[in-house]
Design a protein around this ligand. Sequence first.
Ligand code: 13P
Length: 256
Amino acid sequence: MRRPVVVANWKMNMTLARAEEFVHRFAGEDVEAGGVDMVICPPFIALAPLSTLLQNTSLMLGAQNMHWEKEGAFTGEISPLMLREIGVRYVIVGHSERRSYFAETDESVGQKAAAAFACGLIPIVCLGENGEERRAGKTEEVIRRQLLAAIELLELEEDRRRLIVAYEPVWAIGTGIPARASDAAAVAACIRALLYQKWGNGAAEVRILYGGSVTPENIADFTGRPGIDGALVGNSSLKPGSFAAMARAVYKERRG
Ligand code: 13P
């Protein structure tokens, strides 16, 4: 049974003071802890202070990016070991904003996914076609290329089982226009089929998320589809009430 997970990607938003305020206010929200994994991914500088604040809470910590080497002459970069040391458990890799604004390649995404596992982190690998690719009917082709490169270096059975893949169509990110849940489910099914082809039964445990204009109102449309195990959320994750409402909606949908 795959545990649902709701992941907050704060991107380059929230000062440290606001991030801390989020955690304090979230503590006052009525969320059924236990049924749904909840992960927040703040900017790097907030990770260490939040790690302390999140002890004994139901929120887990994720980073938005990392380098694939453990250390070295890579000015401005953060390594997976550094993240692990301060209590980070998840890391987003290959977000479309990193691919398009910071020239991340399919290959570097694969290196990062493997490096994350090697240092005890769980990668949340992002895949997704842009609007032009979608109009040209290339969604499956793009997903296949990105996915195969992202998982190429994952050799351990236990890593494969813990992988999280997020399908985030670029045209749905930050636009207020999400994908249709049926379309997202079709792509999730395609991702799982590819994983089965590569890995056999190990693919059954991989969690597949949808991301792109997810809100408290629409999240259950996605997680209510077989094969979609949660959501990766930008804008709607910035407010504690909204993030809690999404976790509640997923919990309720799962309990029927
Ligand atoms: P929005 O939820 O703001 O569309 O962002 C989605 C996203 O990019 C999450 O990684």
